[in-house]
Write a protein that binds this ligand. Structure first.
Ligand SMILES: Nc1ncnc2c1ncn2[C@@H]1O[C@H](COP(=O)(O)OP(=O)(O)O)[C@@H](O)[C@H]1O
Ligand SMILES: [Mg+2]
Length: 224
């Protein structure tokens, strides 16, 4: 069965579309098969030309359900669902379809407010610092803002994706230029981090199962 990731959040311009493409590109560089699924009704879909991953137009609820159920049948694939802004109903539906949920946010007070609200609404989601500054002074200030988030939210913040203007290449309707070395490195690191989240989930499930088994055994030895 394919694994499904969604990149959602109420605020526009946080990097959902860019990160969806970056992740799909990175996954293919790691030898995985990926599909970038566009759900935002306000944007035009991009074409598959020149990309290493599949793109799917799933802007209607019907198309979304069809694409996701088709993907689910494809063993070894990873589907990345790119959300739309100001669409809590759509976000809830994408959240329910997904194994991993990412909420990008930029370094701005408005983004912090939006991501706190979304972390509250989506308990299994992780917050992803996006377009994170590279300049030392701005970086320190941005990291301080994250450090000041309430502890239970801070624990759900992933390592940042730094700002890189070359990411724009991936948003071209037709991919006209080959992604360069720096973009490939960023894509690969991001994809590796996300695959690590799947392993984390799997080990949490294994621990919970072992615990349940131990409790059942203890119960049985108490009441044979
Ligand atoms: N890591 C990044 N570095 C530089 N620019 C970025 C990065 N991520 C996104 N952007 C830019 O930010 C803008 C908004 O990104 P987009 O992916 O369209 O956000 P959303 O889909 O959340 O509305 C775009 O102009 C995009 O090129
Ligand atoms: Mg978008």
């Amino acid at each position: 069965m394919a694994e499904i990731i969604c990149i959602i959040g109420n605020k526009g311009g946080t990097g959902k579309t860019t990160l969806s493409h970056l992740l799909c590109h990175g996954l293919t560089l790691l030898g995985r098969r990926a599909a970038c699924v566009m759900t935002d009704e306000d944007r035009e879909p991009v074409l598959p030309d020149g990309r290493r991953y599949v793109v799917a137009d799933a802007r209607s609820p019907h198309a979304r359900d069809k694409v996701v159920s088709r993907l689910r049948e494809l063993k070894g694939w990873i589907g990345v669902l790119d959300g739309g802004a100001n669409r809590t109903d759509l976000d809830i539906s994408l959240y329910q379809m997904s194994d991993i949920v990412l909420l990008p946010f930029r370094d701005s007070p408005e983004d912090y407010r939006a991501v706190l609200r979304d972390l509250d609404l989506f308990p299994k989601a992780r917050a992803l610092p996006s377009q994170w500054p590279r300049n030392r002074w701005q970086l320190d200030a941005a990291n301080r803002m994250v450090d000041e988030l309430p502890e239970d939210f801070r624990a759900r913040v992933l390592p940042p994706i730094h700002s890189m203007s070359a990411t724009k290449v991936l948003l071209q309707t037709r991919l006209q230029s080959e992604p360069g070395t720096a973009l490939n490195r960023l894509a690969r690191e991001f994809a590796q981090g996300v695959l690590g989240l799947f392993e984390e989930e799997a080990s949490c499930v294994a621990t919970a199962l072992a615990q349940a088994r131990a409790e059942a055994d203890a119960e049985e030895s108490d009441h044979p």
